[in-house]
Design a protein around this ligand. Structure first.
Ligand SMILES: N[C@@H](CCC(=O)N[C@@H](CS)C(=O)NCC(=O)O)C(=O)O
Length: 227
């Protein structure tokens, strides 16, 4: 049976890559919304792209749900392909265009491993800090829970910092694994947790210093600070 989701109708094929982003990001342009990591990957690969801005309401409507079943951003459309999930999107960009994955198979497998580590092992405890603050901050147990949640982030950061050591990137040259790890770590900056780990703060700063990141950051900032 023909799939009804995630394969675009010919009349809606995107001639250039189109991604979605918040019409106005809740972070006001700090680059923490996940379209930034997709923009960054596209910039590293040297690919032009367009952005379709969506409101919180539009994200939950059928037109958007057709490309993102969970009603979120970002999405990615190219020819007849529509993708959601930043891991899948960045991996697709890395596998089809140059600059983000090593050539050799085993090196490539390890870069992809770091992408998964960023999304599955490092990002969840960081998101818990956000949940504890924003969604559970008014609960009577919020303060006590926050201590536990932050300690779980610190435990992960200690392990990651030990693994990174004095190296510039996680495994040889900069890769999609670093792009994803830096993007995830950035989300811990507002809590002050990132700066407790100078090794990781310096690693993130190296990522932010890349011209491709700067272009991605400026592009989302322009959207989120327009009047
Ligand atoms: N695991 C997803 C998470 C996507 C996600 O949480 N997107 C946020 C913006 S960064 C969103 O759309 N939030 C609005 C909502 O969930 O209603 C990914 O990596 O793409």
């Amino acid at each position: 049976m023909a799939p009804t989701h995630f394969v675009l109708r010919p009349e809606t094929y995107a001639m250039t890559i189109v991604i979605t982003a918040f019409e106005r990001s809740p972070d006001g342009g700090k680059g923490l919304a996940r379209d930034t990591r997709v923009r960054w990957a596209l910039e590293e690969a040297g690919l032009p792209y367009e952005v379709r801005l969506v409101s919180f309401t539009a994200m939950k409507e059928p037109e958007h749900l057709c490309v993102h079943p969970f009603g979120q951003i970002p999405t990615f459309e190219e020819d007849n392909l529509a993708l959601f999930e930043t891991g899948a999107i960045v991996l697709h960009i890395a596998q089809h265009y140059g600059g983000l994955l090593p050539e050799e198979d085993t090196d490539q497998a390890r870069a992809i491993m770091w992408m998964f580590a960023a999304l599955n092992t490092v990002e969840p405890p960081i998101l818990d800090v956000f949940v504890a603050k924003v969604l559970e901050g008014d609960k009577p147990w919020a303060e006590e829970r926050m201590v536990l949640v932050k300690d779980r982030v610190r435990a992960r950061f200690r392990q990651l910092a030990a693994c990174l050591g004095d190296d510039e990137w996680l495994d040889g040259d900069f890769s999609a694994g670093d792009l994803m790890m830096v993007s995830v770590l950035l989300r811990a900056r507002p809590s002050g947790l990132l700066d407790e780990f100078p090794t990781l703060a310096a690693y993130v700063a190296r990522g932010e210093a890349r011209p491709a990141y700067q272009r991605a950051f400026e592009a989302q900032l322009k959207v989120n600070t327009r009047v």
